[in-house]
Design a protein around this ligand. Structure first.
Ligand SMILES: C[S@@+](CC[C@H](N)C(=O)[O-])C[C@H]1O[C@@H](n2cnc3c(N)ncnc32)[C@H](O)[C@@H]1O
Length: 214
């Protein structure tokens, strides 16, 4: 006869909600990732409009967006008449943004790539302007990513990066182990060393909008 074993089993450690949500922001996947992406569609809309104002994309230009999430800004760029390449590290976001941009993809106006910012699958000097909104916190190699942006942008090409400002209080809902905030000084130095000129940083509320010219 087998005896029931009453040894208590260890409960798996609970991941705090803040860490779970921050982890999903960095790598959205599954139901929670898609749920957050639906929130971003509205929550980050105004910031993305502001980023596009600074980027000033024109019809016919080739624009790169890194970390596009649900793909709202890709859609807007395609509607303006730009040729758009999007790169995101999440396969689920590539799928979701693909559905939301299906017509522009089938028309050959939008192309989506799965990958990470520090290794862009894009030929040298082929991009007129690039933007990345609320994503550089998660890039494993910021210096490498800025070097890649400098490589793919043609001379005179524009770049806009948007991030929470490291010189402001760290938002409580962001796990600091996952969200690496940068200051205007850090970003300006990194972009200048990567070969960008005219790097300017604007502080708007707790956000930092960085504009640079290749
Ligand atoms: C918080 S969401 C922001 C989405 C969108 N830019 C917006 O403003 O709503 C961050 C996005 O960055 C992507 N991401 C994270 N690490 C990345 C990396 N190393 N390279 C490219 N994309 C990355 C995530 O998959 C996610 O889609």
């Amino acid at each position: 006869m087998t005896k029931a074993c009453n040894v208590p089993t260890a409960k798996p450690a609970r991941v705090p909600l803040r860490s779970r949500l921050s982890g999903e922001a960095a790598n959205p996947h599954g139901r929670l990732g898609r749920f957050l992406a639906r929130i971003w569609w509205y929550e980050t809309a105004a910031v993305n409009v502001r980023a596009l104002d600074l980027l000033a994309p024109r019809a016919g230009e080739h624009i790169l967006e890194i970390g596009f999430g649900p793909g709202r800004t890709l859609h807007r760029l395609a509607t303006i008449g730009c040729q758009v390449t999007g790169l995101d590290a999440s396969a689920d976001m590539v799928r979701l943004a693909g559905k939301r941009n299906a017509k522009h993809i089938s028309d050959g106006v939008v192309e989506l790539r799965l990958g990470s910012a520090e290794s862009l699958p894009i030929p040298t000097s082929t991009i007129d302007a690039a933007l990345a909104v609320h994503t550089l916190y998660f890039w494993p190699d910021l210096v490498g990513a800025c070097a890649e942006l400098a490589r793919v942008l043609r001379l005179g090409g524009r770049l806009v990066l948007v991030t929470h400002d490291a010189d402001q209080p760290h938002p409580r809902r962001f796990d600091p182990k996952i969200y690496r905030l940068r200051s205007a000084e850090q970003l300006t130095k990194t972009l200048s060393e990567a070969g960008f000129t005219s790097v300017t940083a604007r502080h708007e509320a707790s956000l930092l909008f960085v504009h640079a010219i290749r």
